[in-house]
Design a binder for this molecule. Structure first.
Ligand code: NAD
Length: 346
């Protein structure tokens, strides 16, 4: 990979490779854009198979954050960070402290939050080292964490999807397949269960699956079976890049709507979904609830005000679906165009 070409073609401002030998830290922070404000984005800890895979992920994720913030009308830019390692084995206090120092060295150009493999307790630890962190416990007060807000946004977005695909917004009796019942998938399952949806869940972590089955009377599926299950909504709430040609050809659903970032492997995937008559809710639109929540915390907005903003994800998706139908375009293309219009304004 020609790294500089990759960085330039994606329009990224800065990429920082972070290391700390004593704690074993290997991390990358990517700042895609600070045009609208500081680059806010989660930190993901994942055992990437190669450095290329980690770089590729952080570049894509940080770019999506710029689009997400612009689409949600927030005064924020886009950034993201990845720590290479297995969060269950390799995450230690010295390692997170060393990472926090690197975040602090950027002087507020990048604000870190939680993502896969990283949680509120880690944000608390980072907050001891640098103020450039969002979603730590003290800041969350009675708001709950960003992940519950993300789940709430996905839930509102799903209502827009139901109206578009089925002409009604009730979850009662509908079957929803959730891939990944972690920090977002679990609260999403709770909301859907409360509304009378029937759930099918899968996760790589058997403990989380057991909890989900127990709490929501959900059916359990092996991770590779989730794609072919007969359902109304398929909700990817694990990792990105899962919607490739093979996975899409297996899908037996009417809607794809979930929290995972960068769900589409490539542009072609969006086209195949459309050809198969599956409605796709662009990921960075439907999963913006956590970012809106975190921005609300920074701006000291009330929880009620923030929740109202999260609810607007429903309106944004309705607009995207209406335009996509009227213009005969992909929902993901319409979303990109709207976000770029916002970015062009600053
Ligand atoms: P998490 O780590 O808490 O949960 C992800 C879950 O997915 C884990 O339990 C993991 O075991 C499971 N998983 C991984 N690969 C899987 C597979 N192939 N099949 C089934 N399960 C699998 O992460 P999270 O915070 O819940 O985030 C989930 C997704 O939503 C990520 O893509 C994240 O980037 C995105 N997202 C999260 C937030 C947030 O507020 N946490 C906001 C926006 C987007």
């Amino acid at each position: 990979m020609d790294l500089f070409e990759e960085i330039k073609s994606g329009g990224h401002e800065q990429v920082l490779f972070c290391s700390d030998a004593p704690s074993g830290l290997s991390a990358i922070i990517a700042i895609h854009s600070t045009r609208r404000g500081p680059a806010l984005g989660g930190c993901r800890m994942w055992p990437y198979p190669s450095l290329d895979a980690a770089v590729n992920d952080v570049l894509k994720l940080s770019r999506a954050m710029t689009y997400k913030a612009a689409m949600a009308g927030l005064p924020l830019g886009g950034g993201k960070s990845v720590i290479i390692g297995d969060s269950r084995k390799d995450k230690t206090e010295p390692l997170m402290t060393a990472f926090a120092k690197h975040v602090g060295s950027l002087g507020g150009r990048y604000i870190v939050a939680e993502d896969v493999g990283v949680n509120t307790a880690d944000m608390d630890l980072i907050h001891k080292v640098t103020p450039h962190v969002a979603g730590f416990k003290e800041a969350s007060d009675d708001r709950g964490g960003p992940s519950s807000a993300t789940a709430l946004g996905v839930f509102h977005g799903m209502r827009a999807c139901l109206e578009e695909a089925f002409g009604q917004a009730s979850f009662k009796g509908l079957r929803v397949a959730i891939q990944g019942v972690g920090k977002v998938g679990y609260p999403l399952a709770r909301l859907l269960h409360q509304e009378g949806a029937r759930l099918v869940i899968s996760d790589m972590n058997p403990e989380l699956v057991a909890i989900g089955c127990r709490d929501f009377n959900a059916d359990l599926l092996h991770p590779h079976e989730i794609y072919r299950v007969d359902c109304d909504i398929f909700a990817p709430c694990a990792l990105g890049g899962i919607l490739n040609e093979r996975a899409i050809s297996a899908l037996s659903c009417k809607i794809v709507a979930g929290s995972a970032n960068n769900q589409l492997e490539n542009k072609q995937a969006a086209l195949i979904l459309q050809e198969r008559g599956i409605l796709y809710a662009p990921d960075y639109v439907i999963n913006a609830g956590g970012l809106i929540h975190v921005a609300g915390g920074i701006q000291k907005d009330s929880k009620e005000f923030t929740d109202q903003k999260i609810k607007k994800i429903y309106d944004r998706l309705k607009e995207i679906f209406t335009r996509a139908k009227a213009e005969g375009r992909l929902t993901s293309d319409v979303a990109d165009r709207l976000a770029e219009e916002q970015l062009g304004k600053c």
